[in-house]
Design a protein around this ligand. Sequence first.
Ligand code: IMP
Length: 438
Amino acid sequence: MSVFAVVGAQWGDEGKGRVVDYLAADASLVIRYGGGNNAGHTVVNPHGHFKLHLVPSGIFHRATRNLLGNGVVIHPPALLDELDHLAAAGFNCSNLFIADRAHLVMPWHLLLDQLEERERGAARLGTTSRGIGPAYVDKVARRGFRMIDLLEPDAFRERLGVAVGRVRRLVDSYYQAGGPDDELAGPIREATDSHRIAEEYLAAAARLAPHVVDGQALVDEALERGETILLEGQLGTMRDLDWGVYPYVTSSSPIPGGASLGAGLPAVRIDKVIGVAKAYTTAVGAGPLPTELDDGHGTSLRERGAEYGTSTGRPRRCGWYDAVAVRFSVRLAGYSSIALTKLDVLDAFESIQVCVAYRDPATEARWETVPASASVYGRLEPVYEELAGWQTDTASARSWTDLPAPARAYVERIESLAGVPISHVSVGPAREQMIVRS
Ligand code: IMP
């Protein structure tokens, strides 16, 4: 038995979903431990092409149980939508469980996400507008609604009235929003209509109730039985609330420290942490991205890698592999190994750059790590090392030795810069396009 955590080593969208889908064949329990439907996990398997936002990526293995852990924030309408899509593809999701302690994303969280971004103006963070930050704010402020509250309708209605009254005061006095010309006037009305919200959320509760469990008990039983458990991360270290490029971060902890907390198992029970890194860099949302390419190479990475947000459709910012950012992640997450994804996207390049350090043009100082200050980080420039490209199609490679020598040299260079073994290399989205090295 083993407990594995699968963690993003960059800015998110590294391909964690496909790695979990691959590893879940041997797992009896997959647990999402943080974030909400800001996530977008693309999974391509023999059943089809799926975009998951909340549901853990082990859902396609019918014998595998899947838990939305207490650390996740759940928007019930979005979850129902996802369950409907999966049902249409033949998955009834009876193997999905929801922790009773998980917090809910309420309609006003989506509204406040938009109002906050509007107020930030040019300094906006580029959030997904899914209400994730405000939902975690309410959790920390101890006024959040949890899954368990949906199962107590009278108390839910009563607290709803209080919460909506508070949001109205915020909208009127603080944001001074909702006037006749305000494009958010409609969303404000909807998000503060407690009658409508009660109807919608309690109807959702009736459908979700059979899935709601004491998450910790489920996890504990699996540990007792010696089952294999996968902890599925969302986003990556560079968007971690504590360790990412603050304030351009999400509101939860994608690193393994967040896995123990958000899944409900002791940290010492995690046996292995698999970091997932893309063979280049992408990010959506604002904030510094030292290796970003605004030229034809960036466009080529975006088009070859289909780099458009799974949740929002936004074009992803693309650049060369940043070994400093991944090394920073290795130190925080203690990866047992790294799964390197989308190597095939680099097939077209004559030569490839890898960022091995940063340079401050103002002081000439060399940086080997990620600074705490976003403004300092924003002015750092990448120090590149050039490697030979391979200009050969790798999508049909099935073993390490099938890869052309320069591609193996690229992976080995990344491995030595990261300081941990690269155990898996993917050359396409299908399950059989995952090369296992060890
Ligand atoms: P939030 O999580 O929606 O509050 O957004 C905070 C930051 O995380 C923004 O830069 C988002 O673009 C980014 N982000 C959130 N979810 C994802 C994701 O699934 N993939 C990549 N970036 C994300």
